[in-house]
Design a protein around this ligand. Structure first.
Ligand SMILES: *[C@@H]1O[C@H](CO)[C@@H](O)[C@H](O)[C@H]1NC(C)=O
Ligand SMILES: *[C@@H]1O[C@H](CO)[C@@H](O)[C@H](O)[C@H]1NC(C)=O
Ligand SMILES: *[C@@H]1O[C@H](CO)[C@@H](O)[C@H](O)[C@H]1NC(C)=O
Ligand SMILES: *[C@@H]1O[C@H](CO)[C@@H](O)[C@H](O)[C@H]1NC(C)=O
Ligand SMILES: *[C@@H]1O[C@H](CO)[C@@H](O)[C@H](O)[C@H]1NC(C)=O
Length: 463
């Protein structure tokens, strides 16, 4: 859309509607920023040449097959050393392909695969990589890691392979499963840390010990066609967890686990999710943030087109009492829900602790949150819940075209939440306090036209 046109409409709106206009301006301006953010591109044309060139032996690709380094792939033999040796060769050789061939199961211990590597590394996973299943034998020096990649730049992970954490014994030993177990962390199946321009395409990550896939302290990461799967009752098995990262795009991912399908936490910005299927699981979450009085900041998150089925939450923002920082500029749109408990929820009283959490005066501030075109069925009567801090209210919550149904008992809960709805909003969100109340009536037509136009722009922004 023509930016000048957009901005001039905003100008008219503000002039015409005073306070109301300003409120709309804040939200709409944020949307405009959201729709124009770009994520860094990995060079697709370069990358797409990779597979044909190594299979045909042309194109100067150097194939580094783990089998050539002594990997056995029988699911029993320890292939850790073979993977490490193959990595050292692949990482130091330009244009190499680290290959985990199809049809076999490679047993690999917790391992750090460190960069930086030579140019244009491809990690081609077609076989299955399995973790040893016994927590007692896990390397005590790497208690939270299994396959950990760091300092990569311009790397492509791809293939039809499987990363399998063999997590069932870890789950059984979790304090969430049995209160007499000590509460301690378990490994993350796949971590990409301190990296940039990384693309991950087509892998399956399953039965992780704890979180499945963590993207940390990285920039420009693009994840597509990834499948994440673990049982509904596996504890803390988040699907994709993003922390300290910017310009991350997730698209066409199908995630079903025992915790959040996606969780986005501190120091993350410009996160775009498109065509996400979630369920079972705890929904798509921003947070938790602010635990133990910490500071958490998340800005510019867009979810466009998602289907959530039988999840315990839908679109969630969760923060602990006593935190600092903010969540600002979030757009959830075009989401269908089927039998979801808490389809839309902001919870500033999040408390995932055995002790009850006391209310405090500080909280992570939540503002500029837009929900648009959200429909489906809710399992709980609280179809929408905006539970915001008494001292740090939520502001500029915008709802448009919402229809969440149960059996007529569906309702919206608000505490200290400011914002407005327009168009169809069911159940009604009259409990949101609006700055507009004593001011001019919002010009519904104009605002909705603006939103319609920007919706199209966002939908047409391909990842
Ligand atoms: C993998 O872990 C097992 C169990 O702790 C250990 O015996 C083995 O030496 C490890 N393999 C390597 C290559 O470190
Ligand atoms: C919980 O763990 C304790 C101690 O390991 C064990 O005795 C008990 O049977 C476990 N309970 C369940 C329900 O598994
Ligand atoms: C959040 O990120 C900021 C900036 O990177 C950092 O200073 C802060 O310690 C982080 N908070 C937590 C809880 O890790
Ligand atoms: C957080 O701050 C509150 C209020 O100052 C204090 O009572 C509490 O002990 C702090 N909690 C932690 C974990 O530091
Ligand atoms: C904290 O404040 C909220 C909102 O006022 C209230 O609903 C909740 O009961 C309070 N919790 C505690 C532990 O005092």
């Amino acid at each position: 859309m023509d930016k000048f046109f957009f901005i001039s409409i905003l100008g008219l709106l503000i002039v015409a509607h005073g306070v109301t206009g300003n409120m709309a301006f804040d939200s709409i301006a944020m949307l405009e920023k959201l729709e124009t953010f770009d994520i860094g591109e990995v060079d697709d044309t370069e990358l797409s040449k990779v597979v044909p060139s190594w299979t045909s032996g042309r194109g100067g690709k150097v194939l580094v097959n783990v089998d050539s380094f002594g990997a056995v792939g029988d699911g029993v033999s320890d292939d850790t050393q073979a993977f490490e040796n193959a990595w050292n060769t692949a990482c130091t050789t330009p244009k190499s392909v680290f290959l985990v061939p199809p049809g076999r199961h490679y047993l690999v211990n917790a391992t750090r695969f460190k960069g930086p590597c030579a140019d244009r590394l491809v990690i081609q996973i077609d076989g299955t990589i399995v973790a040893p299943d016994e927590p007692k034998n896990w390397d005590p020096n790497l208690p939270r890691l299994w396959l950990y990649f760091s300092k990569l730049n311009g790397v492509l992970f791809q293939g039809n392979g499987v990363i399998d954490g063999s997590g069932s014994k870890w789950w059984a030993s979790s304090c969430k499963k049995n209160k007499s177990n000590p509460c301690r962390g378990a490994p993350t199946a796949l971590t990409i840390d301190s990296s940039s321009a990384v693309k991950i395409k087509g892998l399956t990550i399953q039965n992780s010990q704890q979180m499945h896939f963590v993207i940390s302290h990285s920039d420009s990461v693009r994840v597509s066609d990834v499948l994440v799967s673990a049982p509904e009752d596996s504890p803390n098995t988040d699907g994709i967890h993003i922390t300290g990262s910017t310009n991350v795009a997730l698209q066409d991912c199908k995630i079903g686990t025992g915790d959040d399908c996606v969780s986005i936490v501190n120091s993350s910005s410009n996160i775009k999710m498109k065509r996400i299927f979630c369920g079972p699981g705890h929904g798509i979450s921003i947070g938790s943030l602010g635990k133990d009085n910490s500071t958490g900041m998340v800005t510019k998150v867009v979810l466009d087109t998602a289907f959530l089925r039988e999840t315990t939450n839908g679109l969630r923002i969760k923060t602990w009492q006593g935190g600092h920082g903010y969540v600002r500029g979030v757009l959830f749109e075009n989401v269908a829900m089927e039998n979801v408990a808490n389809p839309i929820i902001i919870d500033q009283f999040y408390c995932d602790s055995p002790k009850t959490c006391q209310n405090q005066t500080s909280a992570v501030e939540i503002s500029e949150i837009t929900y648009r075109n959200i429909r489906g069925t809710t399992k709980s009567s609280k179809a929408m819940k905006f539970a915001c801090s008494d001292t740090v209210p939520c502001s500029n919550i915008v709802l448009s075209n919402i229809n969440l149904e149960k059996d007529g008992t569906e309702e919206t809960y608000c505490n200290s939440a400011q914002g407005f709805g327009y168009g169809v909003v069911h159940p009604s969100a009259d409990c949101l306090s609006s700055h507009a109340k004593n001011s001019n009536v919002i010009d519904q037509m104009k605002i909705s036209e603006l939103f319609e136009t920007s919706t199209e722009d966002i939908i047409h922004t391909e990842l």
